[in-house]
Design a protein around this ligand. Structure first.
Ligand code: NAI
Ligand code: AKG
Length: 455
């Protein structure tokens, strides 16, 4: 006799319990799973066959987790050993796709949460890309160009065998920008003996990069935020924004927000935050963000010194009374205590530019208090979307103009907003983009997995 199926709620609870047991030392991964799965209950109610196929149990287990040794020599001749990772999370709808992060805080939990989120994000983008993520606990801060190059070459000595244009396509993330992608691609080309430029995105324009890729994540976040404001019969013009970080994503946000008539008034780093009442809104300031990132000092105080802005050591910018909150730095930047300040300040919009920048408790509290949240897997999908456009251009051996890429990016962000909104409404969540993004992202992957049998 066939075994009786669990109901959707019980099944989800069981899958979460299994994840907690199997991945007990992985808090970020558990957090991401606990955030997504409960929203899928009405989907499972409509598709009991997913329970029979144990589709969720399969969905939360990465298809492949690669961990490897990276040993390299510094400028003084000392040999260091770091750990490299690539988590190929889900390849049901396309080759694994996602960035590489070089930061001391990288570990398997961080890689798995990012790979899991990336799978849903890439599905939401509407493009044919699966989800993956990788990186290393290597700290590029204070390292010379030669040291970074040697590290990238040592990293690629192992990673090359796991990637390729139709297999897995890495790009940048925290600590990995144009310089690192150049070194990584150069060494990959040398080992493979072939110009497979579709194996990476975020490349330099001279060897297959796409226009707008450096700007894409930040631009996309502002386009997405604008869709939320339009939905609320509001406009981005004249709005003040508190952002965190001062890296690639923050830079793109500052540029597009300025262009659309809004003003970013805060930046942050591990050392604290700065408040610039005039806004981060001139070419000189945008270029200085790039200079600060490339300096490897990782200090936002430098901005305050240069432009006479106020600096608040050891603090985060979330207590500022602004119109929009845009965390652009790292995960779990906004905790419950910050969420309470955001609500107390009457702020209506939080648009997540970094991956999982709010704790689950913070999201819950803000939603209960009518704050509209643009979840990261939807709001920051512009970066990976333009990466997929870069792959398309590489396959065709063509280059699209800046206007063409930007117009496609704009359309993709608008589609993502619509799909998340429609999915939330269809499953009874109202205008809850967090739930809508989880459902719409899951839907395509689930259908592809169901069609492809038990893998
Ligand atoms: N680069 C991209 O295309 C995409 C990036 N993201 C996400 O956006 C976020 C930022 O990435 P990028 O701008 O590319 O990296 P980046 O390396 O250019 O900049 C990272 C910034 O975050 C700050 N930061 C890092 N750890 C911090 C900490 N513990 N406390 C305070 N500040 C900290 C750094 O000071 C730096 O300003 C990450 O969460 C990343 O996963 C998401 C989608 C695409
Ligand atoms: O462009 C890509 O492939 C990766 C972007 C990324 O790492 C992300 O979306 O978090």
């Amino acid at each position: 006799m066939a075994k009786a199926l669990l109901g959707p709620k019980e099944y989800i609870e069981k899958v979460i319990e299994d994840v907690k047991q199997k991945s007990s030392g992985e808090p970020e991964f558990i957090q991401a799973v606990e955030e997504v799965l409960p929203n899928l209950e009405p989907v499972l109610a409509m598709h009991p066959e997913y329970i029979r196929m144990n589709l969720l149990g399969r969905f939360v287990e990465p298809e492949r987790q690669i961990m490897f040794k990276v040993s390299w020599m510094d400028d003084e001749g000392e040999v260091h050993v770091n750990r490299g990772y690539r988590v190929q999370f889900n390849g049901a709808i396309g080759p694994y796709k996602g960035g590489l992060r070089f930061q001391p805080s990288v570990n398997l939990s961080v890689m798995k949460f990012l790979g899991f989120e990336q799978t849903l994000k890439n599905s939401l983008s509407g493009l044919a890309i699966g989800g993956g993520k990788g990186g290393s606990d290597f700290d590029p801060r204070g390292r010379s160009d030669e040291e970074v190059m040697r590290f990238c070459q040592a990293f690629m000595t192992e990673l090359y065998r796991h990637i390729g244009p139709d297999v897995d396509v890495p790009a940048g993330d925290i600590g990995v920008g144009a310089r690192e992608i150049g070194y990584l691609f150069g060494y990959y080309r040398r080992i493979k003996g072939a110009f497979e430029n579709g194996a990476f995105t975020g490349k330099g324009l001279q060897y297959g990069g796409s226009l707008i890729r450096p700007e894409a994540t930040g631009f996309g976040v502002v386009y997405f935020c604008n869709e939320i404001l339009k939905h609320e019969n509001d406009t981005i013009e004249g709005k003040t924004i508190a952002a965190s970080g001062f890296g690639n994503v923050t830079w793109g946000v500052c540029r597009k927000a300025t262009e659309m008539g809004a003003k970013v008034v805060t930046l942050s780093g591990p050392d604290g935050y700065v408040y610039d009442a005039d806004g981060v809104n001139t070419e000189e300031k945008f270029n200085y963000l790039v200079e600060m990132r490339n300096s490897g000092r990782d200090k936002v105080e430098d901005y305050a010194d240069r432009f006479g802005a106020e600096f608040f050591p050891g603090e985060k910018p979330w207590g500022r009374k602004v119109d929009i909150i845009m965390p652009c730095a790292t995960q779990n930047d906004i905790h419950l205590e910050h969420a309470k300040k955001i609500v107390d300040n009457g702020i209506k919009y939080v648009c997540e530019a970094a991956n999982m920048p709010c704790t689950n408790e913070a999201v819950k509290y803000m939603q209960e208090n009518k704050v509209i949240i643009g979840p990261s897997k939807a709001a920051n999908a512009g970066g990976v979307s333009v990466s997929a456009l870069e792959m398309a251009q590489n396959s065709m051996r063509l280059t699209w103009t800046l206007e063409e890429v930007d117009q496609k990016l704009h359309q993709i962000m608008s589609n993502i907003h619509k799909n998340a909104k429609d999915a939330a409404e269809a499953y009874g969540f109202g205008y809850n983009l967090v739930a809508g993004a989880n459902i719409a992202g899951f839907d395509k992957v689930a259908k592809a997995m169901a069609a492809q049998g038990e893998y």
